[in-house]
Structure formats: C-alpha cells, structure tokens
Ligand binder design. Structure first.
Ligand code: HEC
Ligand code: HEC
Length: 326
C-alpha cells in the first residue's frame, strides 16, 4: 500500500487544508495544486489487465507516431494523420504543470464544451485532439487505444478528487499586450530562439530512428491542423512562454509576454493542414474564443483581428452583444 496510501493521505490533507482555509461550504469543490503534486511512477504499475492498459496508454502518449501514426505497418492502426506525439504538447507524458497536463482530467469530465455546444466526454475530448492536433481520425470508443488512453488518464489522476479545482491545469495565461501580435517581430524571435531545434521553416527535425521527430514540426503538412487549440494565438503564447525553449517551466519563463505573443502569431501565420467543416464549431458563436482563427464570428471584427488581436475590443463587443440579448 505504501505509496498509494501516502498519495491518498496527501490528497486528503490538501483537500482538508483548502476547505478549512477558505471556510468553505460542503458544496465547494476541493482545490488541487498540480504544481506541488507528485504524479505516480510508471514503475509502480503492475502487469494485471489494468496495468497493461496503463502501460500501453503511456506508450501511446510518448511514442504516438510509431504506435498509431500514418506510417505504421498495420493500415488499421493509422489513426493519427501526422507524426506528432501526444507529449510534444502534453509534456512529460502529461505530467508537466501548465503544459496541458492530463493529471486530474479524469475527474473533470463529462463537461460542457463550447466547441461542440454540448456536454462532452473524456473520450470525445481525446478524439478532439486526434482529429485536430494529430490531424487524424477518431479512435473507436470500444477499441484498445481509446481504452488505453482512458486507463492512463485514470491512473495519472489517482488521488485527485473528482471535480477538483485544478491549479496548474491547461496552460498559464500570458499578460496580454494591449496591441495586435506582430508576426514580423515573432519571426525574429523564432530565428533567434526556436529555429535551432524546430528548424528554419518550422518543419522540425526527424528522430534518428522511427517515424517521429526529435524536434516536432510547428507548421507544414506533418503538423497540427488549423482547427487545433494550438492555432489560437493566446493558447500558443501561453504554452510557449511557460514551456519553451524546451526545458523551460512556468515558474522561470524565458520569453517576455510580448515576445511569446509575437512568436505565437508567427507560427500561426505558417501553412498547416486544413480541417474541413470548421464553420460547424461553436454552434453558439457567443461562446467562440476571441482568438479562434477561423470564422464565422458573432461580431464584425475582421478575421485578421481574431487571429492576431488586439482582443480586448472584441471581448468588449461580445459582452455588449450578450447584454443586448438578455
Ligand atoms: C499540437 C499540440 C497537441 C498535441 C500533439 C496533442 N494535444 Fe491534446 N490538447 C492540446 C491543447 C492546446 C489542449 C487544450 C485546448 C484548450 O482547451 O484550449 C489539449 C487538450 C487535451 C485534453 C483535455 C485536457 C484538459 O485539461 O481538459 C486531452 C485529454 C488531450 N488533449 C489528449 C490528447 C491526446 C491523447 C493526444 C495524443 C493522441 C493529444 N492530446 C495530442 C494540444 C495538443
Ligand atoms: C532546445 C530545443 C528547443 C527549442 C530551442 C525550442 N523548442 Fe519547442 N519543442 C522542443 C521539443 C523537444 C518539443 C517536444 C517536447 C516533447 O516531446 O517532450 C517542443 C514542442 C514545442 C511545441 C508543441 C509541439 C508542436 O509541434 O507544436 C511548440 C508549439 C513549440 N515547441 C514552440 C517553440 C517555440 C515557439 C520556441 C522558441 C521560443 C521553441 N519551441 C524552442 C524543443 C525546442
């Protein structure tokens, strides 16, 4: 029991502490700080049926192109359309705070999703990344791969209460500059700080063996498509500022907010695969993020401003429209 008891006890204490300190009522969700959370170790996973699935889920996370990529031998297993790896974005197999960690996500679903305009399951969320970040096709819900991703997420979330308010989840916002992002300045920052790994044109550098990359492509035919979360300038800026250059963590960012904003605009100005039917996203256009780079929009701001900002005027307009509809 050792470790799992310790983890459970730690979770209990963290929950108890947050409850007492805020003098909360029973209805308040517990708060979990993932930046101080120690994720479980893969070597503690056994070889029982569940353990085997967890390990396959881990392999899918860290070695995606060689497991379900477009170049694997079995055509039936070619689920992703590019050779990215889940952990290219969900860093350290989904355990790095503010690098869209998968710790705790198990207990956050089902949840309302504006992009689909309905309550979505964790399976649907994973398939969202399959169709967009991985530019591929959905995993069958009853297939081994989906079960493995679920088992891995369940295991990574051990000890984290369902519905907890998670600190360190997603990405950490940047302080948004009060101007449009400048892809020209972004290109300079890219050349100075990113090109050494991701390549002059953002096409990445292949791994010495296998189908994947040592440094993943940020653009081009083998990267995420234009419907992916990373194509939103504020999402990309938040990710980059707190995780790049590789090795950076949220508590010691290298780029300034402004430089992260500009370099995000630059990578999102580059060509990438196109996802069909994006106009069907966000059935309620009021819920569309202001930096969604594709229309239609509820407001009259040009697409260019939705892509690069400034976003404050768009937010103000959307608030005004919402008030008028009440
Ligand atoms: C190109 C980067 C990228 C890749 C590669 C990627 N994702 Fe994601 N993923 C994201 C972003 C960005 C989000 C958050 C989007 C948002 O809500 O703003 C996300 C969200 C998620 C979530 C929900 C997390 C939460 O906090 O609610 C899950 C689960 C997920 N991805 C699973 C996967 C899996 C499994 C793979 C591999 C098959 C994968 N992703 C590959 C970028 C990526
Ligand atoms: C030292 C090498 C290095 C440098 C410099 C670097 N990166 Fe990365 N980057 C990586 C690696 C490696 C990954 C994938 C992480 C993993 O798989 O563990 C990555 C992942 C990414 C991703 C998500 C995956 C994808 O393909 O989109 C983005 C976005 C990104 N980097 C942007 C940048 C930007 C912008 C800069 C410059 C500010 C930068 N990186 C600098 C090595 C680097």
């Amino acid at each position: 029991m050792g470790r799992s008891f310790f983890v459970t006890a730690a979770a209990f204490l963290a929950v108890a502490a947050s409850l007492t300190s805020r003098n909360a009522t029973a209805a308040d969700p517990p708060q979990m700080d993932l930046t101080k959370w120690e994720p479980p170790q893969l070597r503690s996973v056994g070889d029982d049926a569940f353990g085997k699935l967890v390990k396959y889920g881990y392999a899918l996370m860290v070695d995606t192109p060689n497991q379900i990529g477009p170049m694997v031998t079995d055509p039936a297993k070619r689920y992703s359309g590019n050779n990215l790896t889940c952990q290219n974005c969900h860093l350290k197999a989904g355990t790095q705070p503010y690098a869209i960690p998968l710790m705790g996500v198990w207990g956050q679903f089902p949840q309302y999703r504006g992009r689909e305009g309905e309550i979505g399951t964790l399976e649907e969320r994973i398939n969202g990344c399959m169709e967009r970040s991985m530019n591929g096709r959905v995993l069958p819900l009853d297939g081994l791969e989906m079960k493995a991703f679920l088992a891995y997420s369940r295991w990574l979330s051990s000890g984290i209460p369902d519905g907890a308010k998670l600190i360190g989840a997603g990405t950490r916002n940047i302080k948004e500059p009060d101007r449009a992002a400048d892809p020209g300045n972004g290109a300079k920052i890219y050349a100075d700080t990113c090109a050494v790994c991701h390549g002059k044109d953002g096409l990445g550098q292949r791994a010495a063996t296998g189908n994947g990359y040592q440094f993943p492509p940020l653009a081009g035919p083998d990267s995420y498509n234009n419907g992916a979360g990373m194509t939103r300038v504020l999402t990309a800026a938040a990710f980059v500022r707190h995780n790049m250059p590789f090795g950076t963590t949220f508590d010691a960012p290298v780029l300034s907010d402004a430089d992260a904003y500009d370099v995000a605009a630059y990578i999102n100005s580059l060509d990438r695969p196109i996802k069909p039917n994006l106009d069907k996203d966000f059935p309620n256009k009021m819920q569309k993020p202001v930096d969604s780079p594709y229309g239609p929009y509820v407001d009259d701001f040009p697409a260019e401003q939705h892509k690069y900002g400034p976003f404050a005027p768009i937010r103000a307009k959307v608030r005004e429209l919402a008030a008028a509809r009440k």
